[in-house]
Design a protein around this ligand. Structure first.
Ligand code: ADP
Ligand code: MG
Length: 335
C-alpha cells in the first residue's frame, strides 16, 4: 500500500513537472567585475557555496587585486597559482596553443595601454604598440602542471579575464551536479552556464543579443552547456568617429577588426566557450569556420557587420529567430 502511494506521488510530481526540483532559488552578486545571476533548483545553501567558489577563484587570479596570486606573479615575474587558479592557467595556455595565439593571455599590457582596464581610453601610437607587442608571446610562459609554479619572461604580464568567467561557470556547474542539482542556470556577466534543462526537462532558452541593437536576435535551446558571447559592443570607446573595442588582435596590438560584431560559442566546457568566443572574434568568419570544421567540441553563431547571421550546423535545429528579427538572413556553416 505504502509503495503504491510512493508511485502515485512520483507520478504527480512528474505531471506537475517538478520532479523533486522544488522552488527556484536565486542570487545576484557582483564578482569578476560584473553582475552575476544564479538560479538553482536545489538547496539554498548551494547558492552561497557557488558565490564563495567564484570569490575564491577571483581572489587567486584577479589582475587588479594586490593580494592575488596572479598579481604577485605579474609583479615579480614568478610565483605559484594554486588550486583552481593553476588549473585555469593550464587550460588557458592550452587554448592559446589551440587557437594559434588568436587567444594570447600575455596581450594584457596592450589592453591596458588602450585604457580598457581603467576606462582612461586612448589610441596609443604605433611605436608604443610595437614596443609592447615585442613582449606578447604566450609560448614563453612557463607553467608547471604539477606544482602550479609560473615563470614569466622579463616585463611580461598576463590576464586570464578572457576565460575566467567561463571557467567559473564550469566549476560551479560541476559542483552543483555533484550535489545532485538537476536544473540550474548561471549568468556570469553574459557567460551563460546551464545545468540540465528546465525543471520540466525541456531545454533552457538562451537569448543571443543583437550586437547592433538592444533586443535579442535569436534564441538557442540548451541543456548542460555553456553559451558565451564576445562582441565589440560590450566595452568600447570612440575617437574621431572610429570605434575601438576591448578584444585585441595579438598580432597587431589593435582591436580585432575582421568583419564580425559578435561571436557566440556553445559547448560543454565553459572555459573553452569563453576563450573561443574571444579567439574566433579575432580570427574572423573564414578562419573561425575552418577552425570549427576541425573541432568537435563546440558550435557557434557569428553576426557580421553586414547584419548576416552564420550558424554552425549543430545549431541549425536548436535556434529560433525572435519576432523582431524574422527577416534576418541566416547561413548555416557545414562540415
Ligand atoms: P568579457 O570579459 O568582456 O566578457 P571576453 O571574454 O571576450 O570579454 O574577454 C575580453 C577580455 O580579455 C579583454 O577585456 C581583455 O582583457 C582580454 N583580451 C582581449 N583580447 C584578448 C586576446 N586576443 N587574447 C586574450 N585575452 C584578450
Ligand atoms: Mg571570452
Amino acid at each position: 500500500m505504502r509503495r503504491r502511494w510512493g508511485i502515485c506521488l512520483l507520478a504527480l510530481c512528474l505531471l506537475c513537472g517538478c520532479a523533486g526540483a522544488g522552488q527556484p532559488r536565486t542570487s545576484t552578486f557582483f564578482a569578476m567585475d560584473t553582475v552575476m545571476d544564479v538560479t538553482i533548483y536545489g538547496e539554498e545553501a548551494l547558492l552561497s557555496d557557488v558565490r564563495e567558489m567564484i570569490a575564491d577563484l577571483e581572489a587567486k587570479v584577479s589582475v587588479t587585486d594586490r593580494s592575488s596570486e596572479l598579481y604577485a606573479i605579474n609583479q615579480k615575474g614568478a610565483g605559484k597559482l594554486t588550486g583552481a587558479g593553476g588549473e585555469l592557467m593550464r587550460a588557458a595556455l592550452a587554448l592559446c596553443r589551440r587557437t594559434g595565439g588568436a587567444l594570447d593571455i600575455s596581450v594584457y599590457p596592450v589592453v591596458r595601454e588602450w585604457g580598457f582596464t581603467t576606462g582612461e581610453y586612448q589610441v596609443p601610437d604605433q611605436a608604443t604598440i610595437n614596443g609592447l607587442l615585442a613582449g606578447v608571446d604566450y609560448t614563453r610562459i612557463r607553467c608547471d602542471g604539477e606544482t602550479g609554479a609560473v615563470v614569466l619572461p622579463d616585463g611580461m604580464q598576463v590576464d586570464l579575464g578572457s576565460v575566467a568567467k567561463g571557467y567559473a561557470g564550469s566549476l560551479a556547474a560541476g559542483y552543483l551536479r555533484e550535489k545532485g542539482v538537476g536544473s540550474a542556470l548561471l549568468n556570469l556577466g553574459g557567460n551563460i552556464q546551464a545545468v540540465g534543462g528546465k525543471p520540466d526537462g525541456t531545454p533552457w532558452k538562451i537569448a543571443v543579443k543583437d550586437p547592433g541593437g538592444d533586443t535579442p536576435m535569436i534564441v538557442l535551446s540548451v541543456k548542460d552547456q555553456a553559451v558565451v558571447t564576445s562582441g565589440g559592443y560590450e566595452r568600447y570607446f570612440q575617437r574621431d568617429g572610429k570605434t575601438y573595442w576591448h578584444i585585441m588582435d595579438p598580432s597587431t596590438g589593435r582591436p580585432a577588426e575582421r568583419g564580425l560584431l559578435s561571436v557566440t560559442v556553445v559547448g560543454e566546457d565553459g572555459l573553452v566557450c569563453d576563450g573561443l568566443s574571444t579567439a574566433l572574434f579575432v580570427m574572423g568568419l573564414e578562419k573561425a569556420a575552418a577552425f570549427w570544421q576541425q573541432s568537435r567540441d563546440f558550435e557557434a553563431v557569428f553576426v557580421t557587420d553586414r547584419g548576416e547571421l552564420y550558424l554552425t550546423a549543430g545549431l541549425a535545429s536548436r535556434f529560433a529567430l525572435t519576432e523582431d528579427h524574422q527577416d534576418a538572413v541566416v547561413y548555416v556553416i557545414e562540415r
